[in-house]
Design a protein around this ligand. Sequence first.
Ligand code: BEZ
Length: 250
Amino acid sequence: MAQEWNPERYARNAAFVPELGRALVDLLAPQNGERILDLGCGRGELSREIARRGARVVGVDSSAAMVEAARREGIDARQVDGYDLPFHGEFEAVFSNAALHWMKRDPDAVIRGVHRALVPNGRFVGELGGAGNVAEIRAALRAEVAARGLDPERVDPWFFPTAEEYRARLEFGGFVVDELDLFPRVTPLPTGIDGWLETFAAPYFLALPAEERPTARARVIERLLPTRCDARGNWTADYVRLRFRAHRGS
Ligand code: BEZ
């Protein structure tokens, strides 16, 4: 089941994603006049930040609704399949925040497309969920669908590679890795686990019959309550980020 993206819901529940992504824009260090592709631009918050620093940005996203929202913000946004990027030597850099982990089916095709899109020496700067990302939330979701007779492996929509795996994929795809780090980042959830599940975990619930979804959701929350919610009712997610800067070899 595909993830569903809703720009208003995203703004309500997940504004922290682009907010925390600003540090990645610093790592990108956009230069005046550079052409930069924002892969998985979503509502375009970081595309705007990159443009504000003087670059010319094209945003791409697989979601028509997100592309519409980004266009309303003045971004040159296009609906594009991340596995089949249609660009050839057009960008000095490709940037991607919190999108690559949704491209599980064929990560190498994504990397190949980024390589094609770049000029020689062009930069690829990104951050995605790494090994161990949202491990507790994921375990609760997997346990719930397994208890209802589904294979969690088939339902799980996320690609969270180890540092070694992603480095090897980048190098295989023709990149020189300048830096690559895996680090934990416990992240407060402003609208709680309800908002997070509503925004990000649709594939798990859509895989279940409609009448089972409310109970399944309540049970996932119950499983997570002891470890991810404090005495004041504040929820956190156990994020682990994989952040990298690489450049295209010749
Ligand atoms: C992440 O940004 O790491 C993430 C977001 C949604 C689902 C899973 C991971």
